[in-house]
Design a protein around this ligand. Structure first.
Ligand code: DGJ
Length: 691
């Protein structure tokens, strides 16, 4: 019995096929196939030859490759039960259900007592396919590894792109050539992590941001993942994603996190747009559509909270255009530095003798909403909570500390109830619209139950306080993934408020994240984490590329800086309605010193280009900047809106220096825009409207 199933979303077709009731293989994934395609013929065409030094048949590269079926690479399932080191399993077809966008395929090994189910859901609007593997067993087993549906990687690809990073240096893209054997990434710190963001992009040869084919993967899980990208001896390639190994307790029910996949024939941008839209329209469905301008006081006052100063700062932030004031770390317990009080979520009466009301009332009187910092999953030994419940700590007491703190065991209902009660008490006592939810240390050991516990607490709080948006922060971008974004509405992308570093970080993060969830703040003139001094214009425009906010002490601003910031903020507010729903398209910059992107309204009627000059160019003149995604036959009026920042050393008269231009989409995409000369560490902002 041979079987075939196809999934289509208008941008991609995925065909699964199985021989003799065995587990299915993905026999096609790519550009849409004709509806008339003969799947039986396609399945037959997929079969490979056999030659010397091989088995007499090619083992299936199935949705769960099996060692027991001679698969010559990494298997998709490794489990143990008490009486055997490794169980061999022969899974047979049970059932297939295909209803509209959903496909569900079930398999069982009756002798081993194992049920395995693969599910796929297509989305014709976002073009992201969500897939997941579920395992049920008759008797308790230990699962060392369970992969989400395993997919082939393209043969016409020379390299893969995965994501690394560090504190203040998130979303670093790593390109690794395909070669025989295995590339493995594993996040074993209990968070999705700065170090191993759970994403992979496999471009075909010649693919750039704006053209070519690419396949992208994201594993939506916050507790640490493992990725395998392997080229088999026969040349086939497989991609596996699952939870980090050995992070789940023995049991009878297991499920991978959703694996989000997409195919593009419009370059890396096609994958980026699919993920951006999917995150914004399917995953973060409960964020307020009007994204308020933030003010966050962390880099202004740190732990030194004084009510009159904070009121003064709030007044100045509101005058600059801020709409939400976030009170960061230092308001609770006896928290004068980072050695104490995590867990004691009551207002510090020394700093706030009348509670938070005087501050919140002042903030409300300025027309701003109020947000508050928590780090719920953590405890300091110097805290009332720890003294009362040392047994609530996760891991052994001789573990290495992180930021002088320990982690609470979130799998415990008592711990979650305590945290719920403390946070709910604060949310009930005060008018609070926002939580910055931090997570500043690595776990003593990765543990899936910890992540499930955190998700449960977030869900309970969101259900009871639906008006309170939550930002995921973990020393900046240490816990960013589609799993946590199902429970939160914004990410704190990085602790780096250095505009140069941010320009690069948010450019690369846009492969996965939309502007509407990506926090970006104007930092101090002298950056606290890099020591760099950056002009206010660059700082303001970089923040204006995403969900804008401020984090500097507004008392440091000169009149000129305040004016620039006020103007850019007003521009952002005037444009946020369409920009926060726009597609971020990374441009193929001819000049490696320039990091540029085009935010294109979904209807195509307008766009804005941010061309950030991150370094001094090798050549004298700016190279033309090719735009993308426009209608070649349409004409567009383009205008540099910050030309008043042109330096004196720009002595010529390029047309855009003196006013707008009207040009065809074809010209803008094939020749590109020639911008005026500029200093490094500056940003040109170019608006375009379709005529
Ligand atoms: C780490 C965060 O990333 C910062 O923004 C700030 O909230 C500090 N923690 C507070 O301790």
């Amino acid at each position: 019995m041979n079987q075939q199933w196809r999934l289509d979303d208008g941008q991609q077709t995925l065909v699964l096929a199985a021989r003799s009731g065995r587990l299915p293989e993905c026999v096609y994934w790519g550009a849409p196939l004709p509806v008339t395609e003969d799947l039986v013929a396609l399945h037959a065409a997929y079969a490979l030859d056999v030659t010397g030094g091989m088995l007499d048949e090619n083992p299936d590269l199935s949705l769960c490759p099996q060692s027991a079926r001679s698969f010559p690479g990494q298997p998709g399932l490794v489990l143990r039960c008490t009486d055997e080191i490794r169980m061999l399993y022969g899974l047979c077809f049970v059932d297939a259900q295909q209803n509209g966008p959903d496909l569900r395929l079930s398999y069982r090994d009756a002798a081993a007592g194992i049920d395995l189910t693969f599910s796929f859901t297509t989305d014709p609007q976002t073009h992201v396919i969500t897939c997941q593997t579920t395992l049920n067993t008759d008797r308790p087993v230990q699962v060392d590894w369970l992969a989400a549906p395993v997919l082939p990687a393209p043969q016409l690809s020379d390299e893969m792109i995965d994501v690394s990073g560090r504190w203040c240096g998130e979303f670093q893209l790593i390109r690794t050539p395909w070669s025989a054997g295995l590339r493995m990434r594993e996040a074993r710190t209990g968070r999705s992590g700065h170090e191993h963001f759970p994403g992979l992009i496999v471009p075909n040869r010649g693919t750039t941001n704006c053209q070519g084919e690419a396949y992208a993967f994201h594993y939506g899980w916050s507790g640490g993942h493992r990725m395998l990208a392997e080229e088999l001896p026969d040349g086939r390639r497989q991609v596996q994603f699952g939870h980090a190994t050995n992070t789940q307790a023995a049991g009878t029910q297991f499920q991978t996190a959703p694996l989000y996949i997409t195919y593009s024939n419009t370059g890396l941008n096609g994958c980026a747009v699919a993920f951006q839209r999917h995150v914004r329209d399917r995953i973060v469905t409960d964020a307020h559509p009007v994204r308020p301008v933030h003010y966050n006081c962390w880099e202004a006052v740190y732990f030194d909270h004084k009510l009159p100063e904070l009121q003064d700062i709030a007044t100045r932030a509101a005058a600059l255009g801020a709409e939400r004031f976030v009170l960061d770390d230092g308001w609770f317990g006896l928290r004068d530095d980072d050695t104490s009080s995590l867990g004691d979520w009551t207002v510090d009466a020394r700093k706030y003798p009348h509670g938070l009301t005087p501050l919140i009332d002042h903030i409300h009187s300025l027309g701003m909403s109020f947000g508050l910092w928590f780090e719920p999953e953590m405890v300091n030994e110097s805290s009332a909570l720890y003294r009362a419940h040392p047994d609530w700590v996760l891991g052994p007491m001789d573990q290495i500390r992180g930021r002088q703190q320990l982690v609470l065991n979130m799998a415990s209902a008592d711990v979650r109830d305590y945290l719920y009660d403390r946070i709910a008490a604060i949310l009930s006592a005060y008018d609070i619209g926002y939580i910055k939810w931090d997570h500043n240390r690595l776990l003593p050991a990765p543990d899936a139950a910890q992540t499930h516990g955190t998700y449960a607490l977030l869900d309970r709080l969101r259900a009871d306080f639906p008006q309170v948006e939550i930002e995921t922060c973990a020393s900046g971008g240490g816990r960013i993934d589609f799993g946590i974004l199902k429970h939160t509405q914004r990410v704190w992308l990085s602790d780096s408020n250095d505009a140069l570093e941010r320009l690069r970080i948010q450019h690369d993060a846009a492969l996965f994240l939309p502007a509407s969830v990506t926090g970006s703040h104007v930092g101090p003139r002298h950056c606290h984490t890099s020591g760099r001094t950056i002009d206010i214009s660059m700082r303001a425009w970089v923040a204006a590329q995403r969900h804008m906010g401020f984090e500097m002490d507004p008392r440091e601003l000169t009149d000129h800086e305040a004016k620039v910031l006020t103007d850019v903020t007003a521009w952002w507010k005037a444009n946020r309605d369409w920009m926060m729903r726009a597609d971020i398209l990374r441009l193929d910059s001819a000049d490696p010193a320039v990091i540029a992107e085009q935010q294109l309204a979904q209807c195509g009627s307008r766009f804005v280009v941010f061309a950030g000059k991150a370094a001094t160019s090798a050549q004298i003149q700016p190279r033309p900047m090719r735009l993308t995604g426009l209608d070649p036959a349409a004409t567009y009026c383009i205008n540099v809106i910050n030309r008043d920042h042109t330096p004196g050393l720009s002595r010529g008269n390029p047309a855009l220096k003196s006013g707008p231009l009207t040009l065809s989409g074809a010209y803008l995409m094939h020749h590109g825009v020639t911008l005026p000369w500029h200093f490094p560490e500056t940003m040109w902002v170019l608006e375009g409207t379709r005529k």
